[in-house]
Design a protein around this ligand. Structure first.
Ligand code: CMX
Length: 134
């Protein structure tokens, strides 16, 4: 079952241009930048209590985030829920009839294992299940 909101993903054109709002104006702790090659994004995390805002900058024109920005402009892109066992959770959700984007978890930022649910079967919200590596 889901434990908490691990992060909220926000699509941006440029982390460099967007970071000052989160770091300097909102005063959130900057947890650094990482490139997630597999997802074709550069990400920056800003801590908010136990959760984070994840800024997502596309690293190529065929990145899912580039497609999202082209269609909607920058803005909230997904919600990520933390789970103890992502494989068990997606098996459970599949059995509940939820449509999965990732049938097998893949590597996310900060050494996480992640799997996305399709927004068409999660109330129009792109949803990520995320397992921390311990
Ligand atoms: N939130 C809500 N709905 C979304 C969405 C989003 N982020 N992205 C797409 N959609 C909707 C579209 O609006 C569209 O709806 P309509 O048919 O009603 O217009 C539908 O989903 C299909 O969207 P599309 O623009 O045609 O795009 P694709 O089907 O090619 O891809 C998706 C959509 C969700 C399958 C794809 O973006 C995906 O696989 N995402 C998961 C991976 C990802 O987003 N990685 C980046 C973040 C990585 C990280 O956090 O590390």
């Amino acid at each position: 079952m889901v434990k908490k909101i691990n992060h909220i993903g926000v699509a941006v054109n440029s982390i460099e241009e967007s970071a000052p709002l989160y770091r300097d104006v909102y005063g959130m702790k900057d947890e650094g930048v990482e490139v997630v090659e597999e997802q074709k994004v550069k990400v920056a995390f800003f801590a908010v209590g136990e959760s984070r805002i994840e800024l997502l900058e596309p690293t190529s024109d065929d990145s899912p985030v580039a497609k999202f920005i082209a269609k909607n402009g920058p803005g909230v892109h997904h919600i990520a829920y933390e789970v103890d066992d992502v494989c068990a959770e997606i098996a459970r959700l599949k059995a509940e009839g939820v449509r999965l984007i990732d049938e097998v978890p893949r590597c996310g930022a900060h050494q996480t294992q992640i799997a996305f649910l399709h927004p068409k079967s999660s109330g129009g919200v792109l949803t990520e299940m995320c397992q921390m590596q311990h």
